[in-house]
Design a protein around this ligand. Sequence first.
Ligand code: NCD
Length: 322
Amino acid sequence: MITGNLQQAQQDNMMLTELPNKDLTGIAELEREHIELILDLADRYLAFNRRIRKKSDLLDGLAVINLFLENSTRTRVSFEIAAKRLGADVVNFTAEGSSLGKGESFEDTIRTLNAMQPGAIILRHTEEGAARRAAELADVPVINGGDGCNEHPTQALLDAMTIRRKLGKLDGVTVAICGDIRHSRVAASNTALLSKMGATVKLVGPEILLPEGGDNIFTDMKDGLADADIVMALRLQRERIETDLSISEADYAAQFGLTAQTLAYARPGAYVMHPGPINRGVEIAADVADHPERSLILQQVEHGVAVRMACMDLVTRPRRNM
Ligand code: NCD
């Protein structure tokens, strides 16, 4: 079996076989070798996923609870498919129809789900730090599927997998991330991961949507995209923007939209990425998003399933090996 062989190979080589913590709540907690462990395992799951039959019994008998307290398409479906391919039973749970609407606190919800002894809890939440809080309350592993503006570790891992598979490395690569950086957990987790792996990250957007202070920050697409091997576009996180943007959607698209013209500021042949959901004609032009060679957007989605299988395999290992 795929993971059994890998585990044996890793043990033989005295390599890492487990993550540092019970949970995966952020890139901040991972070292370079943990990231490599996840990406190597994800490459193997990608090959597994390209087979006609993609069913493993690795998580047979374990329940994975998908607790999504904020909207999601890709992340939720991807975790569900990943868990099912590993043979787990999946329980999907959203705020609507739950006792959260009857006044039960988030903490009590986590305690309740934990008492049912699932194999893992996948959590998406609107508040920063929610995954860490859940991880401390639960004795089963918690994977962060995005917490407010804080972290989205599996997205950064699937993005890294996509870059590594396309360019063969992360070290020395230049990645320009454009758009609403300030409110984006994707930008935060990607910056943390790519910097750890030796890539250069450039952040580009209107001043009001950029972090206050720091290096490699640009308010102009020409400077921001210069030398970029990868250009990652992000949408405006309207649900998190509290102040008036003082820029219309049309002006935003004209100044910061990723179009054929602005993409030409990057290295010749630079690749385009976007975590989705995409807003065509706003942060990314339709022809750029759909470009058959340069857009990696749907490869990111495919890699997301493999990365989440790797993460679920790894967080459940200590208990499966007990
Ligand atoms: C992102 C998220 O939810 O943080 N989407 C995703 O998970 N693929 C990005 C976004 O919502 O803009």
